[in-house]
Unconditional design. Structure first.
Length: 152
């Protein structure tokens, strides 16, 4: 999209956001530790039951931050087609993860962490806020979700 094109409606942005959640495989995950030290990594993900499901080791900074901080900011796209999602995190060890979520993750990514012997955990990120915009002219109506409810 170019700034010379008319801005998308909020409804179109929501549809585009949900489409990207279904088709994209990588998402940027921003967390912080208890001292406020930031961490930003790309992870595979699946959009399942109105939540983003991630998987990483509990022993790495991102896994610890997701578990202990219980919040994350997720991002898709580049600076010309942005999706930002702020969410609350719930941690599931391999025996605890709902089988439907783990299977959806396996189907999308081709990897099943349940068969790995490392200290992996799944993390469900329930969106509390979502923003989407292309270029500056879409900034005024970028908020699509607030307090866990779609506003469009």
């Amino acid at each position: 999209m170019k700034i010379s094109e008319p801005p998308r409606t909020p409804a179109q942005r929501k549809a585009d956001l949900l489409n990207r959640m279904e088709r994209e495989i990588d998402i940027w995950v921003a967390t912080a530790d208890t001292e406020g030290v930031p961490c930003l990594v790309p992870l595979w993900f699946v959009w399942h039951d109105e939540a983003v499901w991630l998987c990483t080791r509990l022993t790495n900074p991102t896994g610890r931050n997701l578990r202990d901080g219980r919040r994350a900011r997720l991002a898709l796209g580049d600076t010309r087609d942005v999706v930002l999602v702020d969410g609350e995190v719930e941690t599931f060890t391999i025996p605890e993860v709902p089988s439907a979520a783990a299977e959806a993750f396996r189907v999308k990514t081709g990897w099943d962490p349940r068969g790995d012997h490392a200290s992996y955990a799944f993390f469900r990120v329930r969106p509390r806020a979502a923003q989407a915009w292309c270029e500056q002219h879409e900034l005024p109506r970028r908020h699509l979700m607030r307090d866990g409810a779609w506003v469009v």
